[in-house]
Ligand binder design. Sequence first.
Ligand code: FAD
Length: 265
Amino acid sequence: MLRFESYARPETPEEAYELLRSDRLATVVGGMMWLRLADRTVPLGIDLSRCGLDRIEETPDAFVIGAMVTLGQLERHDALTRATAGVLREAVSGIVGTQFRNLATVGGSVYSRMGFSDVICALLALDTEVELVGAGRMPLIPFVERGAGRDVLTHVIVRKHPYRAAFASVRPAATDFSALNAAAGLWRGSWHVAVGARPQKAQALTGGERLPLREGFSPSELDAVLDATSDLAFGSDLRGSEEWRRAVAPELVRRALDAAQAKEA
Ligand SMILES: Cc1cc2nc3c(=O)[nH]c(=O)nc-3n(C[C@H](O)[C@H](O)[C@H](O)COP(=O)(O)OP(=O)(O)OC[C@H]3O[C@@H](n4cnc5c(N)ncnc54)[C@H](O)[C@@H]3O)c2cc1C
C-alpha cells in the first residue's frame, strides 16, 4: 500500500514545484492509478488537483491540455478529436475501461514515459510540446528521449495542423497493455511515425530530422521506412518476444499509415 506522511494540495504549479524541491522524496500525485500500485511510504504527496490544470483550452494555434486532464476528458473532447483526426481518441479508448480513464491523467501518462504508453506514442505523431515548471517548454521528442529533472509537468500542447493521423496497436487481451503500438501523423507535408511498446518507450521514426517520409511517398520510400522499423531496438517481455515485435512492427506501421491516409484531409 502507498502511504503519505504528509499531503499537500497547492493552489499553483509553482507552489507545487517549490514543495517538490523541498524534499527529494516528495512525490507529485496525478490520478494515482500507477502510484497506488507501489508499496512504500512517501514523506510528502503533492496533489495537483487544485492547480487549475484540469482543462483543455483551444487557442488559435493549439490545444493546451492541462496535466490533470483525464484520459476520459481527452477521449470525449470532440474539437480535439476532430483537430487530430481522431488519433488521440483511438489511442486512449483501448486503455483499461471508462472508470479507469476517468482517473488516469495526461500528465501522469506523459511524465512517467512508460514504454507501453499508447498516449505518448500517439502524441509523438503530432506536433506536440510539453510545459514544465522548472525545465520550461520543449518539444515532446527530447522530453520522451531524455526526460526532465524533478519538475512539475503543467501542460501538453498539441499544435494545430490539418492532420491526417491514426493509431494502431496489438494487445494480448482487450484491457491489457499494448504489446506493440504505432502511430502515424501527416503534418507540414511529412509523415511522423512513432513505434512504442517495443517494450521500450515509443520512438519517433520519421519526420523532422529523422528519416524522411513525404506526403505522397513512393512504394520504395515506404519500404525504406518499414525496413528502418524492423531495425529499431526491440526486446522481449511477457507480452511478446523480440522476434515477434521485429516481425510485426512494420505491418503495424503500414496499418497506421493506411488508416491515416484513408481519412479525409
Ligand atoms: C492497470 C493499469 C493499466 C494501464 N494500461 C495502460 C494502457 O493500456 N495504455 C496506456 O497508455 N497506459 C496505461 N496505463 C497507464 C495509465 O494510463 C497512466 O499513464 C498511469 O496510470 C499514470 O497516470 P496517473 O494519472 O495515474 O499518474 P500517477 O500514478 O498519479 O503518477 C505517475 C507518475 O507520474 C508522476 N506525475 C504525475 N503527474 C505529474 C505531473 N503533472 N508532473 C510531474 N510528475 C507527475 C508521479 O509522481 C508518478 O511518478 C495503465 C496503468 C495501470 C495502473
